[in-house]
Design a protein around this ligand. Structure first.
Ligand code: 13P
Length: 253
Protein backbone atom coordinates (compact mmCIF):
# COMPACT_ATOMS: atom_id res chain seq x y z
CA UNK A 1 0.00 0.00 0.00
CA UNK A 2 1.18 3.48 -0.83
CA UNK A 3 1.95 5.91 1.99
CA UNK A 4 -0.70 8.57 2.57
CA UNK A 5 0.78 12.04 2.28
CA UNK A 6 -0.64 15.52 2.65
CA UNK A 7 1.87 18.15 1.53
CA UNK A 8 1.41 21.91 1.63
CA UNK A 9 3.03 24.07 -1.04
CA UNK A 10 3.28 27.57 0.37
CA UNK A 11 4.54 28.95 -2.97
CA UNK A 12 5.84 32.55 -2.58
CA UNK A 13 4.03 33.21 0.69
CA UNK A 14 5.04 33.79 4.33
CA UNK A 15 8.00 35.68 5.76
CA UNK A 16 10.34 33.75 8.07
CA UNK A 17 8.40 34.79 11.18
CA UNK A 18 5.03 34.07 9.61
CA UNK A 19 6.33 30.67 8.53
CA UNK A 20 7.53 29.80 12.03
CA UNK A 21 4.14 30.84 13.38
CA UNK A 22 2.32 28.62 10.89
CA UNK A 23 4.49 25.60 11.72
CA UNK A 24 3.90 26.25 15.45
CA UNK A 25 0.14 26.39 14.87
CA UNK A 26 0.27 23.18 12.84
CA UNK A 27 2.22 21.43 15.59
CA UNK A 28 -0.34 22.48 18.18
CA UNK A 29 -3.30 21.40 16.05
CA UNK A 30 -1.72 18.11 14.99
CA UNK A 31 -0.98 17.23 18.62
CA UNK A 32 -4.76 16.91 19.08
CA UNK A 33 -5.35 14.44 16.24
CA UNK A 34 -4.06 11.03 15.17
CA UNK A 35 -1.61 11.47 12.31
CA UNK A 36 -0.01 8.04 12.54
CA UNK A 37 -1.37 7.03 9.11
CA UNK A 38 -0.46 10.23 7.26
CA UNK A 39 2.85 11.86 6.40
CA UNK A 40 2.51 15.62 6.76
CA UNK A 41 4.81 17.90 4.74
CA UNK A 42 5.09 21.67 4.44
CA UNK A 43 7.03 23.45 1.68
CA UNK A 44 8.04 26.96 2.66
CA UNK A 45 10.14 29.29 0.48
CA UNK A 46 13.92 28.67 0.56
CA UNK A 47 14.73 31.38 3.11
CA UNK A 48 12.28 29.89 5.61
CA UNK A 49 13.53 26.32 5.39
CA UNK A 50 16.10 26.40 8.17
CA UNK A 51 13.71 27.91 10.73
CA UNK A 52 10.87 25.67 9.59
CA UNK A 53 13.04 22.56 10.09
CA UNK A 54 14.02 23.73 13.60
CA UNK A 55 10.44 24.58 14.53
CA UNK A 56 9.10 21.27 13.19
CA UNK A 57 11.57 19.14 15.10
CA UNK A 58 9.92 16.50 17.26
CA UNK A 59 6.56 16.95 15.51
CA UNK A 60 4.86 15.04 12.66
CA UNK A 61 5.65 17.93 10.31
CA UNK A 62 8.25 17.24 7.59
CA UNK A 63 9.80 20.01 5.54
CA UNK A 64 10.15 20.21 1.77
CA UNK A 65 11.72 22.73 -0.62
CA UNK A 66 9.73 23.98 -3.62
CA UNK A 67 12.52 23.67 -6.18
CA UNK A 68 16.19 22.74 -6.58
CA UNK A 69 18.97 23.23 -9.10
CA UNK A 70 20.20 20.10 -10.83
CA UNK A 71 23.94 20.77 -10.39
CA UNK A 72 25.76 20.15 -7.12
CA UNK A 73 27.62 23.47 -7.04
CA UNK A 74 29.14 26.08 -9.32
CA UNK A 75 28.50 29.36 -11.10
CA UNK A 76 24.69 29.35 -11.05
CA UNK A 77 23.85 32.68 -9.46
CA UNK A 78 20.69 32.56 -7.38
CA UNK A 79 20.32 28.79 -7.41
CA UNK A 80 20.24 26.21 -4.58
CA UNK A 81 21.52 22.62 -4.83
CA UNK A 82 20.10 19.43 -3.37
CA UNK A 83 23.21 19.14 -1.22
CA UNK A 84 22.44 22.55 0.31
CA UNK A 85 18.86 21.55 0.95
CA UNK A 86 20.02 18.40 2.65
CA UNK A 87 22.37 20.47 4.81
CA UNK A 88 19.44 22.41 6.32
CA UNK A 89 17.56 19.20 7.13
CA UNK A 90 14.96 19.21 4.39
CA UNK A 91 13.55 15.77 3.54
CA UNK A 92 11.52 16.45 0.39
CA UNK A 93 11.73 18.60 -2.73
CA UNK A 94 8.86 19.56 -5.06
CA UNK A 95 10.02 19.19 -8.67
CA UNK A 96 8.41 20.21 -11.95
CA UNK A 97 5.51 22.23 -10.54
CA UNK A 98 3.46 23.67 -13.42
CA UNK A 99 4.27 27.20 -12.26
CA UNK A 100 7.98 26.44 -12.69
CA UNK A 101 7.33 24.91 -16.10
CA UNK A 102 5.19 27.84 -17.23
CA UNK A 103 6.89 30.89 -15.69
CA UNK A 104 10.50 29.72 -15.46
CA UNK A 105 10.77 27.60 -18.58
CA UNK A 106 11.65 24.31 -16.90
CA UNK A 107 11.71 21.53 -19.45
CA UNK A 108 11.75 17.74 -19.33
CA UNK A 109 15.55 17.56 -19.37
CA UNK A 110 15.88 19.95 -16.40
CA UNK A 111 13.19 18.11 -14.48
CA UNK A 112 14.70 14.66 -15.05
CA UNK A 113 18.07 15.97 -13.82
CA UNK A 114 16.49 17.59 -10.78
CA UNK A 115 14.88 14.28 -9.86
CA UNK A 116 18.30 12.61 -10.11
CA UNK A 117 20.00 15.30 -8.00
CA UNK A 118 17.41 14.98 -5.25
CA UNK A 119 17.55 11.19 -5.16
CA UNK A 120 21.36 11.26 -5.11
CA UNK A 121 21.19 13.29 -1.90
CA UNK A 122 18.77 10.83 -0.32
CA UNK A 123 15.86 13.30 -0.41
CA UNK A 124 12.36 12.49 -1.65
CA UNK A 125 11.18 14.14 -4.88
CA UNK A 126 7.55 15.23 -5.00
CA UNK A 127 7.27 15.15 -8.77
CA UNK A 128 4.43 17.19 -10.33
CA UNK A 129 2.66 16.46 -13.60
CA UNK A 130 -0.63 17.55 -15.13
CA UNK A 131 -2.36 18.79 -18.25
CA UNK A 132 -3.54 22.29 -19.16
CA UNK A 133 -7.18 23.16 -19.87
CA UNK A 134 -6.99 22.81 -23.67
CA UNK A 135 -5.40 19.36 -23.31
CA UNK A 136 -8.20 18.24 -20.97
CA UNK A 137 -10.85 19.70 -23.29
CA UNK A 138 -9.45 17.82 -26.26
CA UNK A 139 -9.31 14.60 -24.25
CA UNK A 140 -5.51 14.34 -24.39
CA UNK A 141 -4.83 14.36 -20.66
CA UNK A 142 -3.55 10.78 -20.46
CA UNK A 143 -1.11 11.25 -23.35
CA UNK A 144 0.18 14.47 -21.82
CA UNK A 145 0.68 13.09 -18.32
CA UNK A 146 2.04 9.79 -19.63
CA UNK A 147 4.49 11.74 -21.81
CA UNK A 148 5.68 13.82 -18.86
CA UNK A 149 6.17 10.79 -16.64
CA UNK A 150 7.97 8.73 -19.27
CA UNK A 151 10.38 11.51 -20.27
CA UNK A 152 11.03 12.81 -16.74
CA UNK A 153 10.93 9.69 -14.52
CA UNK A 154 11.27 6.52 -16.58
CA UNK A 155 15.05 6.79 -16.82
CA UNK A 156 15.15 5.84 -13.12
CA UNK A 157 16.08 2.38 -11.91
CA UNK A 158 13.20 0.53 -10.20
CA UNK A 159 14.89 1.13 -6.85
CA UNK A 160 15.12 4.88 -7.42
CA UNK A 161 11.64 5.11 -8.91
CA UNK A 162 10.37 3.63 -5.65
CA UNK A 163 11.61 6.79 -3.85
CA UNK A 164 9.45 9.17 -5.91
CA UNK A 165 6.13 10.68 -4.84
CA UNK A 166 3.94 11.73 -7.77
CA UNK A 167 1.57 14.69 -7.57
CA UNK A 168 -1.06 14.93 -10.28
CA UNK A 169 -2.01 18.58 -10.56
CA UNK A 170 -4.34 19.46 -13.44
CA UNK A 171 -3.14 22.96 -14.30
CA UNK A 172 -6.70 24.18 -14.89
CA UNK A 173 -7.54 23.35 -11.27
CA UNK A 174 -4.58 25.15 -9.62
CA UNK A 175 -5.61 28.27 -7.74
CA UNK A 176 -8.78 28.55 -9.82
CA UNK A 177 -11.33 27.15 -7.38
CA UNK A 178 -12.13 24.56 -10.08
CA UNK A 179 -11.37 21.13 -8.66
CA UNK A 180 -11.13 17.96 -10.68
CA UNK A 181 -14.15 15.87 -9.76
CA UNK A 182 -13.32 12.89 -7.55
CA UNK A 183 -13.96 10.65 -10.59
CA UNK A 184 -11.68 12.69 -12.84
CA UNK A 185 -8.96 12.47 -10.19
CA UNK A 186 -9.49 8.73 -9.76
CA UNK A 187 -9.39 8.11 -13.54
CA UNK A 188 -6.09 9.92 -13.91
CA UNK A 189 -4.55 8.35 -10.79
CA UNK A 190 -5.55 4.89 -12.01
CA UNK A 191 -4.05 5.68 -15.41
CA UNK A 192 -0.79 6.80 -13.76
CA UNK A 193 -0.63 3.68 -11.58
CA UNK A 194 -1.21 1.40 -14.59
CA UNK A 195 1.37 3.29 -16.59
CA UNK A 196 3.92 2.88 -13.78
CA UNK A 197 2.96 -0.78 -13.43
CA UNK A 198 3.65 -1.45 -17.13
CA UNK A 199 7.15 -0.05 -16.72
CA UNK A 200 8.14 -1.11 -13.19
CA UNK A 201 5.66 -3.81 -12.25
CA UNK A 202 2.62 -3.97 -10.01
CA UNK A 203 4.40 -4.02 -6.67
CA UNK A 204 6.24 -0.73 -7.25
CA UNK A 205 3.10 0.84 -8.77
CA UNK A 206 1.03 -0.07 -5.71
CA UNK A 207 3.68 1.38 -3.37
CA UNK A 208 3.87 4.69 -5.25
CA UNK A 209 2.07 7.56 -3.51
CA UNK A 210 0.03 9.53 -6.04
CA UNK A 211 -1.24 12.84 -4.66
CA UNK A 212 -3.94 15.09 -6.10
CA UNK A 213 -3.39 18.86 -6.27
CA UNK A 214 -5.64 21.69 -7.44
CA UNK A 215 -8.10 23.69 -5.30
CA UNK A 216 -8.21 20.98 -2.66
CA UNK A 217 -9.83 22.24 0.56
CA UNK A 218 -11.35 20.84 3.77
CA UNK A 219 -14.80 20.69 2.14
CA UNK A 220 -13.75 18.51 -0.83
CA UNK A 221 -10.71 16.60 0.48
CA UNK A 222 -12.58 13.69 2.06
CA UNK A 223 -14.39 12.79 -1.15
CA UNK A 224 -11.27 13.07 -3.31
CA UNK A 225 -9.13 11.13 -0.80
CA UNK A 226 -11.76 8.38 -0.58
CA UNK A 227 -10.94 7.35 -4.16
CA UNK A 228 -8.94 4.16 -4.45
CA UNK A 229 -5.89 5.52 -6.24
CA UNK A 230 -5.70 8.91 -4.49
CA UNK A 231 -3.08 8.68 -1.75
CA UNK A 232 -3.27 12.27 -0.53
CA UNK A 233 -2.89 15.82 -1.71
CA UNK A 234 -0.52 18.60 -2.66
CA UNK A 235 -2.21 21.67 -1.29
CA UNK A 236 -1.57 25.30 -2.26
CA UNK A 237 -3.84 28.04 -0.89
CA UNK A 238 -5.46 25.92 1.80
CA UNK A 239 -2.06 25.03 3.31
CA UNK A 240 -1.48 28.64 4.36
CA UNK A 241 -3.93 28.45 7.27
CA UNK A 242 -3.30 25.82 9.95
CA UNK A 243 -7.01 25.20 10.48
CA UNK A 244 -7.67 24.48 6.78
CA UNK A 245 -4.55 22.39 6.32
CA UNK A 246 -5.35 20.26 9.37
CA UNK A 247 -8.91 19.94 8.06
CA UNK A 248 -7.44 18.37 4.91
CA UNK A 249 -4.96 16.16 6.80
CA UNK A 250 -7.78 14.75 8.92
CA UNK A 251 -9.96 14.14 5.87
CA UNK A 252 -8.50 10.62 5.81
CA UNK A 253 -9.99 9.78 9.19
P1 13P B 1 -4.12 25.32 -4.96
O1 13P B 1 -4.41 24.31 -3.88
O2 13P B 1 -3.98 26.72 -4.43
O3 13P B 1 -5.03 25.21 -6.12
O4 13P B 1 -2.64 24.96 -5.52
C1 13P B 1 -2.35 23.65 -5.82
C2 13P B 1 -0.89 23.57 -6.07
O5 13P B 1 -0.39 24.12 -7.03
C3 13P B 1 -0.06 22.85 -5.10
O6 13P B 1 1.23 22.66 -5.58
Amino acid sequence: MARKIVAGNWKMNKTVNEGVQLVEELKNELAKVDTSDVTVVVSPPYVNLSEAVKTAQGSPVNVSAQNVHQEESGAYTGEISAQMLKSVGVGYVIIGHSERREYFGENATDIAKKVDAVITQGLTPIYCCGEVKEERESGNQNEVVGGQISSELFHLSPEDFGKVVIAYEPVWAIGTGLTASPDQAQDMHAFIRDFVSEKYGQEIAEETSILYGGSCKPSNAAEIFSKKDVDGGLIGGASLKAEDFVGIITAFN
